[in-house]
Design a protein around this ligand. Sequence first.
Ligand SMILES: Nc1ncnc2c1ncn2[C@@H]1O[C@H](COP(=O)(O)OP(=O)(O)OP(=O)(O)O)[C@@H](O)[C@H]1O
Length: 300
Amino acid sequence: MIEAVALRKHYGRTKAVDDLSFTVRPGRVTGFLGPNGAGKSTTMRMILGLDTPTGGDVRIDGKHYAELKQPLRKVGALLDAKWVHPNRSARSHLKWLAVSNKIPVSRVGEVLEVVGLTEVAHKNAGGFSLGMSQRLGIAGALLGDPEVLLFDEPVNGLDPEGILWIRQFMHRLAEEGRTVFVSSHLLSEMAQTAQDLVVIGKGQLIAQTSTEQFIADATQDHVRVRSPHAAKLREILAAHATVTDDSASGALVVHGIPAQRIGEIAAENHVVLHELSPQRGSLEEAFMQLTKESVEYHSH
Ligand SMILES: Nc1ncnc2c1ncn2[C@@H]1O[C@H](COP(=O)(O)OP(=O)(O)OP(=O)(O)O)[C@@H](O)[C@H]1O
């Protein structure tokens, strides 16, 4: 469990993190979302003791990072996948990490296997693709078999296969009961990966909730309807709901009544339907809606 209470980090007049409180629970993947410059990386660095808060507090299972006796056994982190020595092999990089953190070297083979790098473990990490580097970074984070895992933008720049692998891997880590905290800009990806969200803007908390609730609160569900008698149907439905046209597709967009009721009304009026599809709001819509006040630089 990670707990931040009234956390602050000011750089001169810039309030990178400003009175931020949130909790990240075990057994779930929690997404950390916010526009550029919202303070995500700064927060992660404070969790890991790499930056000192200006005020407030952040603890991992009740302790500050600096108080952890064997930090890598409690917290694993992937902040920057490219920080390995380019002339070191993947295996020797992990061995060095293990030895310097008093972790049995036997773990190296295990984590290489877990991330699927066993066959290339003898190769220099400098020649690794981004996807392989991410896997190596994750192997390093897993060395101490930690309960808490932090990933800063782990899918940035990855191909679809790499993204899918990371998504499934995070789910597995959470199913094992670990606390998984992951920041990302890729909202549709986060919608599929994270069960819970901590959303920040300008260093402040915008929402802490389940992904499902976040989307439901910030967007409106609606129903798409297509009919060869669209004009007649629009007129009939207008007595029951708000109806607009999606000019690109020729569909009607209906807010205010469920698909089932629309089907009944159409049947009662002998109107043929070619499509009747409930639409859920997306995480993108919800995010734009809730963070529009918090984006540092707007495009006009
Ligand atoms: N070392 C620093 N010195 C001065 N300002 C900083 C420093 N680190 C971060 N900032 C500022 O603090 C704010 C938050 O930055 P941070 O990198 O934490 O945001 P972020 O949400 O991770 O953004 P991104 O998604 O773009 O990486 C920004 O305005 C940034 O310019």
